[in-house]
Structure formats: structure tokens, C-alpha cells
Design a protein. Structure first.
Lengths: 380, 309
């Protein structure tokens, strides 16, 4: 065990901090979950890309700087510390890209990844359907072979697609073998949302922003080159993504450390000081942040050593999603009557409540922990 | 490169300890102690090992719920009386509550002002929450000399380090105790059938145990990394150990609660072994600083309260 940073890591941190200090917008951008805000965020994403900070851990050929996983953590810590804008490209970077790296052909990688890193193409997920949420494998959207055209015709409805109304592309699962059972017979498709037959309908999140979309597909043609991984093997391709979504790639400890620091500032500024209960909760949140950081250190250490993260990712997801809610609940408490005003903390609170729901509800995560980590009998 | 993993040597030391300890259940404390001496654990700190090397072995002593003062001897006396080969009792929190007074050839008894060495302690015995961890209280007038005599001549840094070591070793034992209680419970709910199915297939049971497991797994890295901080005596070591003891205590208490609940009435009897792990968890949660005490210290360290530490 060695918990000290190397000189290279320290240099990396200094470089990231200097760039962020000089470049993070002084005033917060409008919400990236609105059309105008999305456009403003894309400009920010392109600046990040041009300076080589949009996908630090990727190969240089695709716009990255081949940072180690430790340096990725450092970058995240500095990014949130600097109060930099939300990443509206994150679903492409964290959900799609891992599957493209793992299952894409060289041609697909060359075609998809640089445009994704540069925020030229923006990607939303097409997982859930009105009838398929936690039970994703029951999805019914289908793809029918079109040999003459050299591809597939996709039909069905996808929903809860994040920022789908503003994105250029979607990735998702469609049923290609109607006779196969559940997880078999699904294929992973990449869909250009400007294709004929696509209709996108944005709708509001809990906070009122148009952050969700329904994707209606009616015989939408997708060429063979936009099938990711094997036909009827899409579940495995998607799971590479899901492991990333639940694990450390989506929620780095730096994010929560930065939120805690802002919360502590809020607490210290409070007239009359902190009450016993609020103080105790603030310390408790600090413990949660530290525990998550140390847990992530172990995950990263194992990842660097070549071990893949499996069901343990569910522990991370349970922990950070509950932590995020607690941090924001405490913030509302500290704000007192001011918490009646719509602002960053109340917005953050509403968003935090989505954490225990998306990327597999926490009920599903507890089932995974109980069944795969503890070895308890399956109940479904 | 940064690396939070233990070395192969440290893991082998742990495996060796686990292998020896598995045969010691129900054995006489004298025999248990002799085996620990064979392992070199009581004298580890003076034979070239450090807290990080032994933290996993101490976790194993918790897992086995050993009825001996190994944390007190290995870690606390290891700092305050290096090289002294005796079996030590230790209590530095001012309560005077000495565990295993019957086994202690000498005791280190302290409060906020200092620590005293007591030869052959013979305190009044008290009823103990954990019957396998007897307790006596050292009254101030039992300390050597008039008015308690002169305190042990150790510098403040060494004393602080010894206090941290006691909390750290106890936190490690709590991880082991909770790990075993959870394993026992998982085994039970897989076997126990009601309504025609294992009770462990009910979500109400699974989710309680998943939450208990989560708490334990999130406390674990805090303890391990506190052992690193303590070994390297980094400035944040006090904060790290406080976090470790607070979270290990809370996680173990949560595991104890879930284990008892998921065992149903079977856990609520001394006819079944679970009680030994539960009572040890409850005793150690209260020793070397309760979660509330460590949180108060953290609040001051984090600049949230005016207090100093």
C-alpha cells in the first residue's frame, strides 16, 4: 500500500488546476437540460476537447491524453473543485464509449470516438421502454432484417432518454430474434436521430427542465455498420456499459467532496453556528465522502492491477446515491426558510433523488448485492 | 504509483493467522495466547512489523472473537512499553475499565493527563456485557504512589500514537467480528425455511443484509488506510483513525442488529453462538472512543466547531 501521489500525478493535478482556473466560466451556464443551456454547454465541451481535457483517459488518437485511472480521479476532483459545468456529453463518454472500446470494430472506433470526444455528435441512451424499466430484458422494441438495404429496420418506443431532445444520436437495445428468450435475441444499435422515421418528444424532469425524451421509431433504417458487437449478443455489449454506469466511471469521489466543501461553507456562514444535529450530520456526510474515496482507491488499485469490477459496482452505486441525497437534504435544512426558493441547492436536491432510481434502482442493486456478493437465493 | 492494496506478504501473514485461529474456538485463553505468541503477534511492533502489517491479523483475532488482550499488548504496549514481553491490559480513556484483568500481567491505565503503569492489577471485577471479556475497574487510588504517583515518562507524540493504535486495532477487530456475524447470518437464512422457501429469498431479509454488507465494506477501506496513515505517522493520522473507529463501530453495530433480526428467535439465546460476536461488538463499540466521541473530534479537526484537539 502506498497512498502518496507520484510527481507525475502532482504535475498532472497542477496542470489541470491551472487550466480549469483560467477557463471555467465565471458565471454558471444555464441548465444543460434546456435547449439553450445545452448549446452553451456544447461550447464548453468543445473548449475542453481542444485543450485535451474532455476524455483524459482515452488514447491520444481519439483526443485523450492517456491519463492513468488515478489521474482520471485527480482530474475529476479538480473539475468539481473548480465548479466547472456539468458534462452534457457524459452519457456518450461514460455509457457508450466503454462498449465501443470493448466491442467496436476499428472502423467504428475511428468513426465514432473522435466525434464523441469533440462533442460533434451527442449521444443519449435508448434503454428503457414504457413497459421495460428495471426489467430491461423484457423490452419489445424490435429490429427487422432488411437484406436488400444492408441493415435493419427499427420500430418501437424508448423513453427516459437523457437530453434526448437535444442529442444527435442514440444507442440502445432492440429485439432482433423474437423467438429467443429475454436476454438472448437483443442487439445493440447506434441510431442517427436525423434518420427518417424517428420522432423525438422531449418532456420535463421533476425540476421542470426538458431533460428527458421519448424516442418513437417507425421502421427506422440502421445500416449494418451501426450494429455494435454481435447480432443477438447485445445484452453483453450493454452490460459493459452498465458496469461502468454503476461503478466509478459515472460518479467520482471528487464530485461529492466538492459538494461537501460547499455544504461546509454554507454551514460555517450560518448565523448562530451549527446545531448539534446538523453538525453531526455534516460530520457523517464527511465520513461518507471519505469512505467512498477510500473505497474508490481500492477499486482503482484493483482495476490498474487488471481485475475487472463486477457486482461490487452495486455497492458503489448504493453508497454514492444515498450520500448525494443526504448531502442535499442537509443543505435544505441549513438553508432554513430560504429552501423555499428555487436555487442551486434545491435543484441539486431534486436531481439527487434521481440517483437511487437511475442506472438500476437501489432495490435492484440490493438484490444484486444479496445474490451475487452474499450468495443469497434468487427471488425473481 | 499509488496503490491501496496490501502486499502479498501482508496477505500471507493474514492467511497464516486465520489458519491458526480457526482451531482455537472455545480454547482456554492461556492456550490461545501461546498460539498468538507462536505467530509473533504480541511482539510484532518490536520485531520489525508495523500497524499496516498486522491490521489484517488483528481483524482475524476479531473474526475469531479471541478472548485475549491482543490489541492492548501488541499495539498499545507495543508503543508505550516496547520490548516488555508481558501480557498487557490497557485503558486510556479515563474510565479505568480494564478488560481481561485476570490475564493482565501489567496494565497501562490512563486519562487525558497521562498514563500510569500498574503491575499485577487486581481491580474489583464488574459484570461485563461480553462474558468472554471480563472487566475490572481501576480506581484512582489503585494507581501506584500517593495521588496516583508519577505518570509513565513518555512524550506526548508517543502517547497520542498509542491512543490511536488502540482505536485502530479495535476498529480492525470490529471488522472481523462483523464479518463473521454476517457470514453466520447468511448461512442461517440460506438454510432456514419458512413458507416452503429459504427465508433468505425474501427481499425484506436480503435488503437488510445487503445494507449491512454495504456499511461493512465502506468502513473497511477507512480502517486499512488509517493503518497506513498510522504506520507512516502522517499529520492526518488522528483524523484517519477517528474516522476508522467511528465507522467500524457503526458498521459492526448495524451488522449485529441485522444479524440478530434475520436470525429470528434463534439469535436471541446463548444456546446459539451468534451472541458471542454480538456482545463483543457492543463492548468494543464503547471502548477506545464511541462513534460520538470520534465524530466530535472530527468536527473540531474539520473546523466545524471551535474546539481544539
Amino acid at each position: 500500500m502506498d497512498l502518496t501521489w507520484t510527481p507525475q500525478d502532482e504535475e498532472f493535478r497542477a496542470e489541470a488546476r491551472a487550466w480549469l482556473t483560467a477557463n471555467v466560466p465565471g458565471r454558471p451556464l444555464p441548465s444543460g437540460d434546456t435547449r439553450a443551456g445545452f448549446t452553451a454547454h456544447l461550447e464548453w465541451e468543445r473548449r475542453l476537447f481542444e485543450a485535451g481535457w474532455s476524455v483524459v483517459s482515452w488514447p491520444r488518437a481519439y483526443g485523450g491524453r492517456e491519463a492513468t485511472p488515478w489521474q482520471w480521479l485527480i482530474f475529476e476532483e479538480e473539475y468539481y473543485r473548480a465548479g466547472a459545468p456539468q458534462r452534457v456529453t457524459q452519457n456518450g463518454i461514460f455509457l457508450l464509449a466503454p462498449s465501443v472500446f470493448a466491442f467496436g470494430t476499428p472502423e467504428q472506433q475511428d468513426r465514432i470516438l473522435p466525434r464523441l470526444a469533440a462533442a460533434q455528435d451527442t449521444w443519449c441512451q435508448g434503454w428503457s421502454e414504457p413497459g421495460a424499466g428495471s426489467d430491461l430484458a423484457s423490452l419489445t422494441s424490435r429490429a427487422v432484417r432488411d437484406d436488400a438495404a444492408g441493415g435493419w429496420r427499427l420500430t418501437g418506443q424508448k423513453t427516459w432518454s437523457t437530453r434526448g431532445a437535444f442529442c444527435t444520436h442514440a444507442f440502445g437495445l432492440f429485439r432482433t430474434d423474437p423467438d429467443a428468450r429475454r436476454h438472448q435475441g437483443l442487439t445493440y444499435f447506434l441510431v442517427d436521430l436525423s434518420s427518417p422515421g424517428v420522432r423525438v418528444h422531449g418532456f420535463s424532469r421533476l425540476d421542470g427542465d426538458e431533460g428527458f425524451a421519448d424516442l418513437f421509431l417507425d421502421e427506422v433504417f440502421v445500416p449494418d455498420q451501426d450494429v455494435l458487437g454481435p447480432v443477438n449478443g447485445g445484452w453483453r455489449v450493454a452490460m459493459a456499459t452498465a458496469a461502468g454506469e454503476r461503478g466509478l466511471t459515472l460518479r467520482s469521489p471528487g464530485r461529492f467532496r466538492a459538494t461537501w466543501e460547499r455544504l461546509a461553507d454554507l454551514a460555517r456562514r450560518r448565523p448562530g453556528g451549527l446545531s448539534g444535529a446538523a453538525l453531526d450530520q455534516l460530520v457523517d456526510c464527511w465520513l461518507d465522502v471519505e469512505a467512498y474515496a477510500r473505497h474508490t482507491d481500492e477499486v482503482v488499485s484493483r482495476t490498474v492491477a487488471g481485475t475487472t469490477v463486477g457486482a461490487e459496482a452495486s455497492l458503489s452505486k448504493l453508497h454514492w446515491s444515498q450520500l448525494d441525497v443526504r448531502l442535499h437534504e442537509l443543505a435544505l435544512d441549513l438553508l432554513g426558510p430560504e429552501a423555499q426558493i428555487d436555487g442551486p441547492w434545491t435543484r441539486g436536491f431534486e436531481f439527487s433523488l434521481s440517483g437511487p432510481i437511475y442506472a438500476g434502482t437501489n432495490e435492484i442493486q440490493r438484490d444484486i448485492v444479496a445474490e451475487r456478493l452474499l450468495g443469497l437465493p434468487r427471488s425473481r | 504509483m499509488k496503490d491501496a492494496r496490501f502486499t502479498r506478504d501482508q496477505l500471507e501473514l493474514r492467511d497464516g493467522a486465520r489458519d491458526v485461529l480457526k482451531d482455537l474456538d472455545g480454547q482456554d485463553p492461556a492456550l490461545v495466547w501461546a498460539r498468538l505468541v507462536d505467530l509473533g503477534l504480541p511482539s510484532a511492533l518490536v520485531t520489525g512489523l508495523n500497524e499496516l502489517d498486522v491490521v489484517l491479523c488483528l481483524e482475524e483475532t476479531g473474526r475469531a472473537a479471541l478472548p485475549v488482550p491482543i490489541v492492548e499488548t501488541c499495539l498499545v504496549a507495543g508503543h508505550l512499553r516496547p520490548g516488555d514481553p508481558r501480557r498487557f491490559g490497557a485503558v486510556l480513556d479515563g474510565s479505568g475499565l480494564l478488560p481481561w484483568p485476570d490475564q493482565a500481567e501489567a496494565a497501562l491505565v490512563g486519562d487525558a493527563t497521562g498514563v500510569w503503569l500498574l503491575e499485577n492489577p487486581a481491580p474489583e471485577s464488574l459484570p461485563a456485557v461480553d462474558p468472554q471479556r471480563p472487566l475490572g475497574r481501576i480506581a484512582p487510588d489503585q494507581l501506584p504512589g500517593p495521588d496516583g504517583g508519577e505518570p509513565l515518562a513518555v512524550d506526548a507524540q508517543t502517547l497520542a500514537r498509542a491512543r490511536r493504535a488502540g482505536a485502530l486495532g479495535t476498529a480492525a477487530q470490529l471488522l472481523g467480528l462483523a464479518g463473521y456475524a454476517l457470514d453466520l447470518t447468511v448461512g442461517y437464512v440460506r438454510e432456514r425455511r419458512q413458507f416452503g422457501v429459504p427465508v433468505g429469498s425474501f427481499q425484506a431479509v436480503k435488503h437488510q443484509l445487503a445494507d449491512a454488507h454495504l456499511a461493512l465494506e465502506m468502513a473497511r477501506p477507512l480502517v486499512y488506510q488509517a493503518a497506513w496513515a498510522q504506520t507512516h505517522d502522517v499529520p492526518a493520522a488522528g483524523r484517519e483513525v477517528a474516522a476508522a473507529k467511528a465507522r467500524a463501530s457503526e458498521a459492526a453495530a448495524l451488522v449485529a442488529r441485522a444479524s440478530l433480526q434475520c436470525h429470528g428467535a434463534m439469535g436471541y439465546t446463548r444456546e446459539y453462538p451468534l451472541h458471542r460476536w454480538l456482545t463483543r461488538i457492543w463492548a468494543l463499540r464503547a471502548a477506545w472512543g464511541t462513534p460520538t466521541e470520534h465524530r466530535a473530534a472530527l468536527a473540531a479537526e474539520l473546523g466545524l466547531t471551535g474546539g481544539t484537539r
